[in-house]
Unconditional design. Structure first.
Lengths: 161, 161
């Protein structure tokens, strides 16, 4: 169930939903542990070269993505809500310690709901205006976020005993 | 004690500290109840004409300030941390529901520490760059925030039995 403070606006926001056949606990671990996150967080052949996680409100969420040509793209943001196995909210609008960011773009809400032995996976990208939504869509939100969910599920299954 | 996620940077941030002779519980109530907040939140003869509070992370914090000439200034932001009688963090960098704001300016941290029958009151304004800090200082941060603490203490004492 979507957090009651989150109000999705179809004109401003983007949503991706999937039913996946891995348990919420392993999805949570994949999202919140650097060594797991690096393996699936960007569509291959892009890679994550750095990942730092301080999993608490106001704590750091930092990644560096590397293109196949070797160009690096750092991302720095902070967590807003951390409810294990249920909800993770982070933003690049604030830096760690809630300092206003020089490059505000969006807030991400990840919501996990147990469904049998699997998970209903819902990712919401919240933007401040229609232009930002459109640029995110044009950057390939649906394909990109969809691809990484598949990569995440494959990574989780590879780890399973 | 300042929250461990908050890192004050003197080049970017502004801090106001006071020892005041009213208990933390009444300071908390003055900050989190619209009918009390309206009475002290802006330096008189300015007034607060509207105040809406949804006291939870992601919840609305909205005020409208009115100048002696009758001009109105709306402010809209959201709470980030709500720890009763201890710590309140809010920002105008995000709107309610964590939506990126069109007018990001600062994050405010209020920290209350019990001291005898009174309170050590610490307010921190966190900015993204030195220019924003300077404009906040030029707007009268120290006088303004100092004045409203005095107004708050006087309001609380007036309410006391």
């Amino acid at each position: 169930m979507t957090s009651s403070v989150i109000r999705i606006d179809p004109k401003l926001d983007l949503v991706l939903e999937r039913d996946i056949d891995v348990p919420v606990e392993l999805v949570w671990k994949a999202w919140t542990t650097p060594e797991h996150l690096r393996e699936w967080f960007v569509p291959k052949p892009w890679t994550v070269t750095e990942c730092e996680i301080d999993l608490r409100p106001g704590g750091m969420f930092r990644t560096t993505m590397r293109s196949p040509q070797g160009e690096e793209f750092p991302n720095l943001g902070t967590y807003l809500e951390v409810t294990p196995n249920e909800r993770l909210i982070f933003t690049d609008t604030l830096l760690p310690g809630y300092r206003p960011s020089p490059k505000p773009f969006f807030t991400a809400v990840l919501e996990l709901t147990r469904k049998g032995n699997g998970t209903h996976y819902k990712a919401i990208a919240i933007h401040g205006n229609a232009e930002t939504r459109k640029s995110h869509e044009d950057m390939g939100f649906h394909d990109g976020w969809g691809t990484v969910v598949e990569q995440m599920v494959a990574h989780i299954k590879k780890q399973a005993p």
